[in-house]
Design a protein around this ligand. Structure first.
Ligand code: EPZ
Length: 432
């Protein structure tokens, strides 16, 4: 198992370039099996979730050629099976997008139940409801999500709750169906729009992505395309919060400022400075930040994926802040780890009450999921002394070369095997 070792108290300074969006890439890679022609996907983030999904796509018979770590050619001409049973797909959430795309093209799909971060109950009833509305028999059986149909006919689907996954999955399943599908109460996240734009670049007819009503008119066939994934809104937000948390001065490059408005607004509200440029934001903070109240919401609200990093930032604000998690029911596990670092946070139901302390103190802590891990890294950057973050394979699921990007910003951080005490000792002596 790998770990990060961090010497805290150093303000982050300089420029960092954000990678492609993980939560776009997973939907877009799954969408490539909707055509038998070759597609080229650029600006892929080099993270383990992508490797797992590409392996699954290759396993069913598609050809997958990694031109480099951020560019892949995929051709689904020779796909010979529509069932994926490799244990690997259990590790990621995005594997369930292969149900939508294989059902959409082959009218048949079977994928092991998706995994992903342990952040509370994550049912897929809205996905199944949508597949059934299109005419498929869809069920969870023997640990697999299975969907089969004689034909898929467009339908009017009203989601009971706003779901990124269900919205993307139903765009995938309906773009080759007969007639028009209307998705109501759809998710509006930037990555939903990115998947729709990619599908349209292959010849799909999708209108309204980014609003809560999406209209998909089925087409006969999808064709080749070359497409570049949008920058990762959540990675960008993570670096913005880390800059403010360390009283630094960081230019976060390769971003779409509009996607970051909820984070920018909160940072300015608590006393940080955010300067927006065409494709970058500059975040600086000098004095102790103020307290505030935050509630997570579907886009364009404050993203649930930045809830943990934001709570960490507020843990040293003046007075008391609250953070309400309105999307997942188990996304505060990291708070016990922050308590080891002298944070004073009380969680009742889905509300964290954060009493600002003067400083965090370094400790050994354990990542429980992707964004919790990122929050603990930020805590380590802020804390007095050394922090070790264990189980960082969670973090590497969603952040490309995090320690390298942080070192470029002046952070004293190394990645080592958790048994490699010699390297840790050398690091601590060196940066003392
Ligand atoms: C996606 O998960 C992201 N993952 C998550 O990011 C993100 O936190 C989440 O959207 C919300 O933005 C990927 O894109 C791979 P949802 P997803 O369906 O699609 C309920 C990260 O850190 N729901 O929008 O699983 C669900 O329980 C990850 O990058 C149903 O009840 O999220 C939740 O309470 C973590 N039934 C809410 O809706 C369903 O059929 C939102 O879930 C589907 C969802």
């Amino acid at each position: 198992m790998d770990q990060y070792v961090i010497k805290g108290g150093i303000p982050l300074q300089g420029e960092v370039t954000v990678s492609g969006a993980k939560n776009s890439a997973l939907g877009i890679l799954a969408a490539t099996v909707l055509t038998d022609e070759q597609v080229c996907i650029k600006n892929l983030p080099d993270i383990s979730d992508i490797d797992i999904l590409l392996n699954a796509i290759e396993e069913i018979g598609a050809s997958v050629t990694r031109k480099d770590r951020n560019t892949v050619l995929i051709c689904g001409a020779n796909i010979k099976q529509t069932t994926i049973e490799s244990e690997n797909v259990r590790k990621i959430r995005g594997s369930y997008y292969l149900v939508g795309s294989l059902l959409g093209r082959f009218k048949s799909a079977g994928v092991l139940m998706p995994g992903g971060c342990n952040i509370g109950s994550r049912p897929i009833d809205q996905h199944l409801k949508g597949f059934r509305a299109l005419g498929a028999d869809a069920e969870i059986t023997h640990g697999m999500v299975k969907a089969d149909a004689k034909e898929l006919v467009g339908a009017h689907i009203y989601f009971d709750c706003t779901s990124v996954g269900a919205t993307i999955n139903l765009m995938l399943a309906s773009c080759l169906a007969k007639g028009q599908t209307i998705l109501e109460n759809s998710a509006k996240e930037p990555h939903v729009v990115d998947v729709a734009n990619f599908l349209n670049s292959m010849g799909a007819n999708i209108k309204g992505a980014g609003t809560d009503i999406i209209r998909i008119t089925g087409v006969e066939k999808l064709h080749k395309s070359t497409y570049s994934i949008i920058p990762d809104q959540i990675e960008a937000g993570t670096f913005m919060l880390a800059a403010a948390a360390t009283k630094g001065d960081v230019v976060v490059k390769n971003v779409i400022p509009k996607h970051l408005e909820a984070i920018t607004a909160k940072l300015v509200e608590i006393g940080a400075s955010v300067v927006e440029m065409d494709d970058a934001v500059r975040v600086t903070a000098t004095d102790r930040l103020k307290s505030t109240s935050v509630r997570t919401y579907p886009y364009p609200g404050f993203p649930t994926d930045l809830q943990a990093p934001m709570t960490t930032l507020l843990s040293v604000s003046s007075e008391t802040s609250t953070l309400t998690e309105s999307i997942f029911d188990g996304r505060f596990k990291y708070v016990d780890e922050l308590a080891k670092m002298s944070a004073k946070i009380k969680v009742e139901n889905n509300v964290a009450v954060i009493t600002g302390v003067d400083r965090l103190t370094g400790s050994k802590v354990v990542a429980s999921d992707l964004r919790a891990g990122a929050a603990l890294v930020i805590a380590g950057l802020m804390a007095e002394g050394f922090t070790t973050v264990e189980q960082i394979e969670y973090v590497e699921r969603g952040y490309e070369n995090l320690e390298g990007k942080l070192r470029k910003l002046g952070a004293e951080i190394i990645k080592t095997d958790s048994k490699d005490e010699k390297t840790v000792k050398k690091f601590k002596l060196k940066v003392g």
